[in-house]
Design a binder for this molecule. Structure first.
Ligand SMILES: Nc1ncnc2c1ncn2[C@@H]1O[C@H](COP(=O)(O)OP(=O)(O)O)[C@@H](O)[C@H]1O
Ligand SMILES: [Mg+2]
Length: 411
């Protein structure tokens, strides 16, 4: 090895390394942009791969192409060359992994790309590092959990996470800061296994261009400064459902006892989601939601059935239309009551915004999927919807707007 002294951690990066050895199993580094979060976690993985021969480690983010450009090429390759030496590792381009002379492997992949998922989740690992988790669904993280199962004597397996903070409704805030389960909001069974730390650009000033903080971060809007400079969990800029507020939240027992009718919306994809809505006149109540990751449509529908999705309180069958992502093709037939949804995005969003404005939109606190996405569902500078973390948002729109457009009523 060329030597580990070529890497000089900043003071907070040193603390982050200590946290990795603290006994926690899940470690999140959050904070502003360019504060050294990704670097220190990649370095930690390189150290682990070097120290434990034949060990295997996974670094994943939402998209493979982003994992390759920002993690593999910008961060990992330069440090591997310095720390390990370029002759002692090999990049296996098509398989997306790096193999070290000692038999250790570091895999890179995207949890949001179907062709990647089976490949990366087909192995067992000693470390799984979820990069930029603000973009990754809780369902996907949970599926990956089962893959941290490789056994190498002496090596304590770890889950690592990093992100720029999202809204305080994001699962990462719930799990790491509030220490509650993301799906049920109940206290974590073993909170001591979850640790987090904030790193901000100021902490990494020595490694940044002199004007990065003063000319770029300091000149951002207040909301952006809060997130990207100060690392705070605050509402994003450009939020689509800006009008959504806490007053629209209802405990399940506060929902109306009877609805005029019920509809549901179904989104397909690696993240598969369903949102169920009850209607009283023109007022919409989101009753329940459910999401899963990388499961066949049929299995997903069977789970809905087992959850009582299609059963009334008195045990009779609940019959209602489920408006499905039109791109679902034949999968639509596998969903009970499945019909094609209307997929006009902007009119659908406008309709829901108008419901919120008229106080005709309520969400049960049981809808933890919708609630985890709604505050982070945003438009970019070009006013385009950011297609990230939007699985429940699409299903919700199908459930509501298709009903308005098509008006199928079942009882
Ligand atoms: N200990 C370090 N030594 C040298 N450069 C570093 C160190 N830590 C971070 N950097 C550099 O700082 C910049 C931002 O780091 P990065 O890890 O990408 O931040 P973040 O993931 O928090 O956005 C990168 O150019 C990276 O190479
Ligand atoms: Mg980063």
């Amino acid at each position: 090895m060329t030597g580990t002294s070529v890497f000089k951690p900043t003071a907070v990066q040193k603390k982050a390394l200590e946290l990795l050895g603290s006994g926690a199993k899940h470690i999140l580094l959050f904070g502003g942009s360019r504060s050294g979060k990704t670097t220190i976690l990649v370095i930690a993985i390189i150290y682990r791969a070097v120290r434990y021969p034949e060990s295997r480690h996974l670094i994943c983010r939402l998209r493979t192409k982003d994992a390759r450009s920002s993690v593999l090429h910008e961060t990992m390759m330069p440090w591997l060359k310095k720390i390990v030496g370029h002759r002692r590792f090999k990049l296996m381009v098509h398989d997306n992994y790096v193999r070290l002379w000692n038999g250790s492997e570091i895999w890179i992949g995207g949890l949001g790309d179907r062709e990647q998922v089976d490949k990366i989740l087909g192995h067992e690992y000693n470390t799984i590092y979820f990069n930029e988790v603000s973009q990754i669904s809780w369902a996907a993280i949970n599926v990956a959990y089962s893959r941290l199962a490789m056994h190498i004597p002496g090596c304590r397996n770890l889950f690592l996470y990093d992100c720029n903070p999202a809204s305080p409704m994001h699962w990462a805030y719930k799990v790491f800061i509030r220490k509650i389960e993301a799906r049920t909001d109940t206290p974590l069974a073993k909170p001591e296994l979850y640790a987090s730390m904030i790193l901000n650009p100021q902490d990494n000033a020595d490694n940044l261009a002199a004007d990065y903080i003063s000319d770029i971060l300091d000149t951002m809007s207040d909301k952006q400064k809060a997130r990207f400079r100060d690392g705070l969990w605050v509402k994003a800029e450009g939020v689509v459902y800006e009008k959504f507020s806490e007053e629209m939240l209802l405990a399940p027992e506060e929902l109306p006892e009877r609805f005029d009718f019920v509809t549901a919306g179904q989104d397909f994809g690696l993240n598969i989601t369903n949102v169920k809505a009850g209607w009283v006149g023109n007022t919409v109540y989101l009753i329940a939601d459910y999401g899963a990751y990388n499961v066949p449509t049929r299995t997903f529908n069977e789970t809905l059935e087992a959850l009582g999705w299609y059963t009334n309180e008195d045990g009779t069958e609940a019959v209602f239309p489920t408006y499905c992502d039109p791109a679902g093709g034949e999968r639509i037939q596998e969903i009970r009551g499945g019909v094609k949804a209307n997929n006009s995005v902007d009119p659908g969003i406008d309709y829901i915004c108008a419901l919120m404005e008229r106080k005709q939109f309520f969400v049960s606190t049981a809808c933890t999927g919708v609630l985890q996405e709604i505050a982070d569902y945003v438009r970019d500078e070009g006013n385009q919807i950011v297609k990230v973390n939007d699985h429940f948002m699409d299903a919700m729109r199908y459930a509501i707007f298709s009903q308005v457009q098509y008006g199928i009523i079942c009882s």
